[in-house]
Ligand binder design. Structure first.
Ligand code: ADP
Ligand code: MG
Length: 286
């Protein structure tokens, strides 16, 4: 121990300080950093910096891991792993600007719309991950799970608490609006939540259905109109019009009509006279 003035007694004291301060990672790397210091590879200030940086990195990693679990962001997607060249209708800079998270400060609602497989959930999750990293509170759910949890709370007489819980996160992500029909009374429950969060917290919503179809999705046009009134007031709408990333390897095998699926299914042509006899799938198969 020459040159640095690090006597064994001093080193021992430093160790005890690190234990007292609950800095296990710094304790782990202390000897290595002291050796670098003695070899003249680090200045004293660099050594302090390295010690603190090690501890902070570990703590940040632990905080992010716990926050991702709290947010129910179980499947981790990132903006880095999103191939923007595959989805030319999507403005990369617009998404990167959203990742700056100002829309969360402004309590805005981001709608990600598009056919299945176009990356809506991926982008919603990735924005959730960015928000968690930036220290924001996030909660991710599908619409079906959200409605089920609200309905359960209502049955158990704890709807107010459930809504209060869902108002806490600064960003609420509701995925998969439109894939499954909402159960009777579900639209009303979602409205109560949306109304409680209105102008108080940001949301990201993903849907494969246009707004004009929300009456069908929520099984009630009056509730759908009231919902959209709130959800479109301070809103950012990102429409993705492209092919499914899931089917990209099979593009050659897919008929043209399934490569880019329209958001609304085309209506069959109307016929005059007696309606044709409906054939069920079973009859087709038999
Ligand atoms: P959607 O929610 O629109 O139906 P997803 O976001 O679930 O689609 O995307 C389907 C799968 O394809 C996911 O595994 C997702 O990570 C991946 N994916 C979709 N679009 C892209 C893309 N442009 N670049 C990389 N992966 C993508
Ligand atoms: Mg999805």
């Amino acid at each position: 121990m020459t040159g640095t003035g690090a006597t064994p007694a001093t080193l021992d004291r430093v160790r005890r300080h690190l234990v007292g301060l609950k800095m296990p990672r710094a304790l782990e790397v202390l000897d290595h950093i002291v050796r670098q210091l003695e070899r003249g590879e680090l200045s004293a200030l660099d050594a302090i910096d390295a010690l603190l940086a090690e501890e902070l990195t570990i703590r940040e990693g632990r905080r992010i891991k716990a926050a991702l679990q709290m947010a129910r962001l179980t499947s981790i997607k990132t903006l880095d792993s999103f191939d923007f060249s595959f989805q030319p209708s999507l403005d990369r800079n617009r998404i990167l600007a959203l990742a700056q998270l100002d829309f969360i400060n402004r309590h805005e609602v981001l709608h990600l719309l598009g056919p299945p497989g176009t990356g809506k959930s991926h982008l919603a999750l990735a924005l959730g991950v960015e928000a968690v990293k930036a220290g924001r509170s996030v909660y991710f759910t599908t619409l079906a799970d959200l409605v089920a949890s609200l309905a359960k709370a209502e049955r158990e007489g704890s709807l107010r608490e459930r809504i209060r819980f869902l108002c806490r996160p600064q960003l609420l992500i509701i995925d998969e609006i439109g894939y499954l029909p909402v159960i009777a009374g579900g639209g009303n429950l979602v409205f109560q939540l949306v109304n409680a969060r209105y102008e108080r917290g940001a949301m990201v919503l993903t849907s494969n259905r246009g707004f004009s179809e929300w009456g069908d999705v929520f099984g009630d046009p009056v509730v759908a109109t009231a919902l959209l009134d709130r959800l479109l007031h301070h809103a950012i709408v990102v429409q993705i019009e492209g092919a499914s990333y899931r089917l990209r390897q099979h593009a050659d095998l897919m008929p043209d009509t399934t490569r880019v699926r329209p958001i609304t299914a085309p209506q069959p042509p109307r016929r005059r006279g007696r309606p044709p006899k409906l054939r069920s799938m079973d009859q087709d198969a038999g």
